[in-house]
Design a protein around this ligand. Sequence first.
Ligand SMILES: C[S@@+](CC[C@H](N)C(=O)[O-])C[C@H]1O[C@@H](n2cnc3c(N)ncnc32)[C@H](O)[C@@H]1O
Length: 234
Amino acid sequence: MREYLVEGIKKIGLKYTDKKIDNLIKYLEYLVAYNKHTNLTAIRDTKDAIEKHFLDSLLLQNLLDEKNGTKAIDIGTGAGFPGMVLAIFNPNIEFVLMDSVGKKTTFLQNVKELLNLENVTVVNSRAEDYINDSNRESFDIGLCRGVNKLNVILEYMIPFIKVEGHFLAQKMAGTEEEGEATNALETLGAKIVKIHRYKLPNYGDERLVVEILKEKSTDKKYPRRAGVALKKPL
Ligand SMILES: C[S@@+](CC[C@H](N)C(=O)[O-])C[C@H]1O[C@@H](n2cnc3c(N)ncnc32)[C@H](O)[C@@H]1O
């Protein structure tokens, strides 16, 4: 499995160290074992987990390098995708990994301790409840995969992002949610800069990353109280 992971990382064109690979493998083994008694992810096959969770998360690495940020937040990280994988790969970036489900954040806290990851803070909360005056507009990079439609996750994410910071939203190909997100982007002070198309290195499935730039400060009335973005998207 180590070779399969390393081959995929080479195909994406990333530099790596043995320490980073060791940590990714420890995390993978812990995930596979934990998932047998606590349901964290529907992907149970180890090879599928490498491809669809680990390598899929690493598809963001080249963009992350370009952005040069020092603080990142992953909203709805689940079992740590993409945030935990990228935290292992980027010890120089501070990551907040947030999820509203306690069994997922308990697992992530265990991974943090197992791997001694000083750059990771695990938060058990909904995004709408976690925001406050000190963390508002304080992150350079936002990450979010598989949580909801773009017009919903924009309201969770953009208030956390600094002006001139970026939200790198991972989407499956074919969802085409950008059209529905025009009002949310304008209301929150952001715009789509580019849609990047990638392929999973071994399986070849297409993946999108919507690169969003925050241009203006967001009105403090956003996000609206928990659940409203989902029920009545901007
Ligand atoms: C489908 S899972 C995706 C998990 C992970 N990002 C992945 O791609 O494997 C969506 C996750 O988002 C979390 N979530 C949904 N709404 C949220 C919110 N408002 N704030 C924080 N987490 C949320 C859920 O608890 C769930 O773990």
